[in-house]
Write a protein that binds this ligand. Structure first.
Ligand code: P6P
Length: 341
């Protein structure tokens, strides 16, 4: 779906930058460096079945998960694209235990990049869409290396966020706080072209996304909500459909365009110790920034995601995200007695 007027990502960012008097071009340069990494990752992901970058390395990441070769590749591509531009004072990645400093030999800038280099990568050799998620903050410390304080900022303080979904086509969706815009990569010219300007998520969806296999781990109010979505919807007289890919970026992207709700509640088998799965800093926060910019909502079930004060780089949170009506409805169920998140 191309627009009649061809607008490249770089042109779009430059035009957006003019509306930010404080912008000095360094954010534009940051985004240009980042999109180069995305183009390279897209090329490798789309060749994955053909060259020896499938399968697992013999390493484990901070999450205790086996590092897939493509995870390591994506991590390395983003780091090498971003370490020398002079726009960042540090980075943080799902694949790396501690914050990632900018090498001494390079100038430091005023931004922080947090990212999940390749989310859902266990799906790659099943040809299921996967994605990169990123968020950008301005530093809060003065000069020198960025610190954990610069990284652990509330999601509401992000100055930009986005994701890339490597699927039947490669689509970059981002926001700098002035709406949400989608660009489709045209590999023949190596450009991201504006294909989804001013994305707005429908107020109410017709689908819900959750791993029903986790039913026995849910708290009682989540079980009641999922029962509710299966009953005939009073307005449309039909129940919600279930759509679940098991790849956060792919599930989120579908709901952003079509409406709907994605839920990953905590495992509450031990109600005293609820165990969420998804990560706050580089998964929930960037997507929450985007969905709110598109008119949707993102919650833990009891708190707005963007209001949470992160306390640890890899901390996990329950994530309920999508159409405003649907997230509100879930939160209404969670406000009933006995909710645990
Ligand atoms: P489950 C992929 O591993 C991931 O981190 C997200 O991309 C996805 O939404 C979720 O986990 C799927 O988890 O437990 O349903 O397989």
């Amino acid at each position: 779906m191309y627009m009649t007027k061809l607008v490249t990502l770089s042109r779009h960012i430059l035009e957006e930058q003019h509306s930010f008097p404080a912008a000095k071009g360094d954010f534009t340069n940051l985004m240009m460096d980042l999109t180069l990494a995305f183009k390279i990752i897209s090329r490798e992901v789309n060749k994955a079945g053909l060259v020896e970058i499938l399968g697992a390395t013999d390493e484990e990441n901070i999450q205790g998960e086996t590092v897939m070769k493509l995870d390591a590749f994506a991590q390395d591509r983003i780091f090498k694209a971003m370490d020398h531009g002079g726009n960042l004072c540090c980075m943080a990645s799902e694949e790396v235990e501690h914050i990632i400093p900018i090498p001494e030999r390079f100038e430091k800038g005023r931004y922080i990049l947090v990212f999940d280099p390749l989310d859902g990568s266990s799906n790659i050799d099943k040809n299921v869409s996967i994605g990169t998620i990123f968020g950008v903050f301005r530093r809060v410390t003065e000069g020198g290396d960025g610190t954990l304080e610069d990284v652990l900022q509330k999601g509401a303080r992000q100055v930009a966020a986005g994701y890339v979904v490597y699927g039947s086509s490669t689509i970059l969706v981002y926001s700098t706080g002035a709406g949400v815009h989608g660009f489709t990569l045209d590999p023949s010219v190596g450009e991201f072209l504006l294909s989804h300007p001013n994305i707005r998520i429908p107020e109410k969806g017709k689908t819900y996304s959750i791993n029903e296999g986790n039913y026995n781990t849910w708290d009682e109010n989540t079980k009641k909500y999922i029962q509710w979505v299966k009953e005939s919807d009073k307005e449309t007289q039909r129940p919600y459909g279930l759509r679940y890919i098991g790849s956060l970026v792919a599930d989120f992207h579908r709901n952003l365009l079509a409406g709907g709700i994605f839920l990953y509640p905590s495992n509450c088998k031990d109600p005293a110790h609820p165990k969420p799965k998804l990560r706050l800093v580089y998964e929930a926060n960037p997507l929450a920034f985007l969905v709110e910019q598109a008119g949707g909502k993102a919650s833990t079930g009891t708190e707005r995601i963007l209001d949470l004060q992160p306390t640890a780089l890899h901390q996990r949170v329950p994530l309920i995200i999508g159409s405003a009506y649907d997230v509100d409805k879930y939160c209404e169920f969670m406000s009933r007695a006995g909710a645990t998140v």
